[in-house]
Design a protein around this ligand. Sequence first.
Ligand code: GLU
Length: 293
Amino acid sequence: MEYVGRFAPSPTGLLHFGSLLAALASYLDARANDGRWLLRIEDLDPPREHPGASNSFPVTLEAFGLTWDGELCLQSERHEYYRDALERLLELGDAYRCSCSRKQVQERSGGIIYDGFCKLEVPEEEADAAVRVQCPAEPTRFLDLIQGPQTFDLAHTSGDFVVLRKDGLFAYQLAVVVDDHLQGITHVVRGSDLLPETPKQIHLQDLLGYSAPRYAHIPVAANPEGQKLSKQTFATALDLEHPVPQLFEALTFLNQSPDPALIDASVTELLNWAVTNWKMEQVPPLLKQIRPQ
Ligand code: GLU
């Protein structure tokens, strides 16, 4: 089977060490399997976009030697595909319009689990409405290549979930599933913060008749307080002038044990070593790992 991997950052901020881990792990797994590696920018949410982030991604990846295959893909240019999938879900009767606010859901359920209110009380056509997909009644099971066997019971953790937001924007879940399918992605390697989203994606693939890629979730990097490095916790942006020490640290974090002498190597030499010696089975099966200071 041909291997196609991808890195799919959202432009909500500049790439940081946590982003480098996802980019590097997905790149190495693709290259070690003689696969293709694609870059997709998930720019679906203009209000949350950080100015300049989208343009900085290709430049940053190039500075780190992580060259992608084919054309860069921008989700902002692919709305027609998401619209088609949404219409299909509505036609199949697997999705329905929902005008409930977060507050109403909270008041009725005491939490975030959607109670199916609009499935019975169909909102008027004109009302601003989200679209929700009916979640599976049975738990979803899959084998994660790093984290092992997984079981998620969406009916008890999220309920029917949103694929089109009330503000008219397509939800991440829908776009990611459509693009992974259309781009022929066979392997998704990404941060474990997205592990709980995976059963929703597998369910959408089932409904839309797509085959599911294999999933591998790497541990996310946390600061000494245990918080995930993210734009919200003010993770520092990658330093384009000094890629080797950051790549070396990322390889160490992924437990690939680079030879200490490689700290003086070039980007190309270090990546060549990393592709040849990549061992997915050495990546710790942890959801989170502290990044040493
Ligand atoms: N765009 C998502 C993010 O930046 C990642 C999507 C994915 O890898 O599935 O968190």
